[in-house]
Design a binder for this molecule. Structure first.
Ligand code: KIV
Length: 265
């Protein structure tokens, strides 16, 4: 049976003009991507946040291209409808245009992803342009760039209005089809959203963005430790999982599981 039609890059960009609010969520594996797609979000991001969320690392810097490809392939295989975007891992988009095309090309060739995302505005405009010229759609990522955590001295709200407006303009003019806007004051999120023709996908950038993105484990209540202020928890799967596993452990210990019902005659 043919698979349903997936949301295309031009359709994704057109949501802004149509006033259709876009929801995006991260996913890193086949079963989660299937569920997120079934729920009907417009975009799924294989974020380099997998470095922290899946691999338990301190920040997003260590994840490699091979690891991103491994997860992107699982997600791409699961998705029937949503647009799939994959993060360029640090520092793959800083090694020159041709290396960036090589890496981004592998992402599109080896997974069913339709686009890549990269952090940066003005200083990444030439790379965005080169990728777009090669037929590789780019989602820009402005505001807080977690890959620059050492340079920034932490994950801080970004307030430099003129720099942020210039970044948004530069990425748009370079050909990005959409833009993640991370950790900027809501009023600035609104101003940037109004100033560009492509959709802004906010994460901690206020309600006026054209869409929102969250890390799936934050939304589902699976994150241990620090959860940023912008993340809303819609379920408590951590509690549900610990409760189920504790019950299983107790039933094994007490000889309640397995009963005849779960055995063979
Ligand atoms: O890696 C990621 O999950 C992201 C989102 C937080 C936007 O870049």
């Amino acid at each position: 049976m043919p698979r349903p039609k997936r949301i295309t890059v031009p359709e994704f960009t057109a949501f802004k003009k149509a006033g259709h609010k876009i929801s995006m969520l991260t996913a890193y594996d086949y079963p989660t991507a299937q569920l997120v797609d079934e729920a009907g979000v417009e975009g799924i991001l294989v974020g380099d946040s997998l470095s922290m969320v899946v691999q338990g690392r301190e920040n997003t810097l260590p994840v490699t291209l091979e690891e991103m490809l491994y997860h992107a392939e699982m997600v791409g295989r699961a998705v029937d409808r949503a647009l799939v975007v994959v993060d360029m891992p640090f520092p793959s988009n800083h090694l020159g245009k041709y290396k960036a095309i090589d890496f981004a090309g592998r992402i599109l060739k080896e997974s069913r992803a339709q686009a890549v995302k990269l952090e940066g505005g003005v200083e990444q405009a030439d790379v965005i342009q080169a990728l777009v010229s090669a037929g590789i759609p780019v989602m820009a990522h402005c505001g807080l760039g977690p890959q620059s955590v050492h340079q920034l001295g932490g994950y801080r709200v970004q307030r430099n209005r003129l720099d942020l407006l210039s970044d948004a303009q530069a990425a748009t003019q370079a050909g990005a089809f959409a833009m993640v806007l991370e950790c900027v004051p809501s009023r600035l999120g609104a101003e940037i959203t109004e100033s560009i023709a492509i959709p802004t996908i906010g994460i901690g950038a206020g309600p006026s963005c054209d869409g929102q993105v969250l890390v799936v484990s934050d939304l589902l209540g699976l994150t241990s430790g620090y959860v940023p202020k912008f993340a809303k928890q819609y379920a408590n799967l951590k509690g549900t999982i610990v409760e189920a596993v504790t019950q299983y452990r107790d039933e094994v210990r007490d000889g309640v599981f397995p009963s005849d019902e779960h055995g063979y005659a």
